[in-house]
Design a protein around this ligand. Structure first.
Ligand code: IPM
Ligand code: MN
Length: 360
């Protein structure tokens, strides 16, 4: 039987609860479609750091390179200074494993309450391809005269031709393959102000687009206008490609227009290496241990993981089941307001893997 080696990092807060439900769904769907997921759990996160001072030991990082994918819950602990786990664990994994794409589908599921008036599932269905290894996230910069009235803080956005090009190529390929009539890739930038970084992005975009992807339409929007259109006319978008920082910001906006953190999932992809899938919401300390958090985002991250492994039928089945659960079962996507516990939502998704169950 086909077996995939998966590393599981439940992480902090509600991460464990949502990953538990995601794993439940993955196990059920694997059984149905005849493959196996050989999962190994790692206790990385805030608790381990507080106990041992370790965030991501080199030996663990080396081990993680041996998996076919990583399934991550959440990173962030109320007793750990902000930045330590984010930089030392999440960003370190993204950078060390060269997961240079952050793929974020923005999709409104049926029955989900959308904060935008009169928007339906057919209006909100696009994907953000966020560059995941460069830009402002490289952490380059300095303080000059720190602590004095003359202080200067410099933070550099580093964009390499290689990094920009591989991200754009991924986005073009993705747009080409995507099942959409628009076949349009929108570059989101700020060419009117960031005249170095986005000059490079724009040049490479049109250069490789014209040469290698003539079948994909090219469009451009400044990041501020992108925010405006995401609210006003989200149906205009097919695939958006952007740098790390803008991608971070617009994907939170994307999560909100698709119904919130309860459903938003993402993949950190290294198309040639080890990719990592995660719900994009945080560790939600105030809901931890209460069995009230929404596991659908983690379940959708599991769906992306299977899709990435090539188990497309199993992945599609999860998506159908999640649609059934949002359309017919949940009262709301918000923690504590779903009308079901975390565990029950996981059980419902397992039940809905059977098309016959979805009739009800
Ligand atoms: C995300 C998160 C991270 C980021 C944080 C936790 C470092 O907000 O995945 O979008 O900024 O990329
Ligand atoms: Mn973010």
């Amino acid at each position: 039987m086909k077996t995939y080696k998966i590393a599981v990092i439940p992480g902090d807060g509600t991460g464990g609860e949502v990953v538990r439900e995601g794993n439940k769904v993955l196990t059920a769907v694997a059984e149905k479609y005849g493959f196996k997921l050989d999962r190994h759990e790692y206790d990385l996160g805030g608790e381990r750091y507080l106990k041992t001072g370790e965030v991501l030991p080199d030996s663990v990082l080396e081990e993680l390179r041996g998996y076919q994918a990583i399934y991550l819950g959440a990173v962030g602990h109320p007793d750990v200074k902000p930045g330590i786990l984010e930089k030392g664990l999440l960003l370190k994994l993204r950078f060390s494993l060269e997961q240079y794409i952050n793929l974020r589908p923005v999709k409104l599921f049926p029955g989900v309450d959308c904060p935008l008036k009169n928007k339906k599932p057919e209006d909100i269905d696009f994907v953000v391809v966020r560059e995941n290894n460069e830009g402002l996230y490289v952490g380059e910069g300095e303080f000059i005269n720190k602590g004095t009235p003359q202080e200067v803080a410099v933070q550099v956005s580093r964009n390499t031709r290689h990094g920009v090009e591989r991200c754009l190529r991924y986005a073009f390929e993705y747009t080409r393959k995507r099942n959409s009539k628009k076949k349009t890739l929108t570059l989101c930038g700020k060419t009117n102000v960031l005249t170095y970084a986005f000059d490079l992005w724009e040049r490479v975009f049109h250069e490789i687009g014209a040469k290698d992807y003539p079948d994909v339409k090219r469009d451009y929007a400044h990041v501020d206008a992108t925010c405006m259109w995401m609210v006003k006319n989200p149906d205009w978008f097919d695939v958006i490609v952007t740098d790390n920082m803008f991608g971070d910001i617009i994907t939170d906006l994307g999560a909100m227009i698709q119904g919130g953190m309860g459903i938003a999932a993402g993949g950190n992809l290294n198309p040639q290496g080890v990719s990592m899938f995660e719900p994009i919401g945080g560790s939600a300390p105030k809901y931890t241990g209460k069995n009230v958090i929404n596991p659908l985002a983690a379940i959708c991250a599991g769906q992306m993981l299977l899709e990435h492994l090539g188990e497309t039928k199993a992945a599609a089945e999860i998506e159908e089941s999640v649609k059934w659960v949002t359309a017919k079962k949940l009262k709301s996507l918000a923690a504590g307001k779903m009308g079901y516990s975390t565990t029950e939502v996981g059980d419902l998704v397992v039940k809905g893997l059977d098309p016959k169950a979805r009739i009800a």
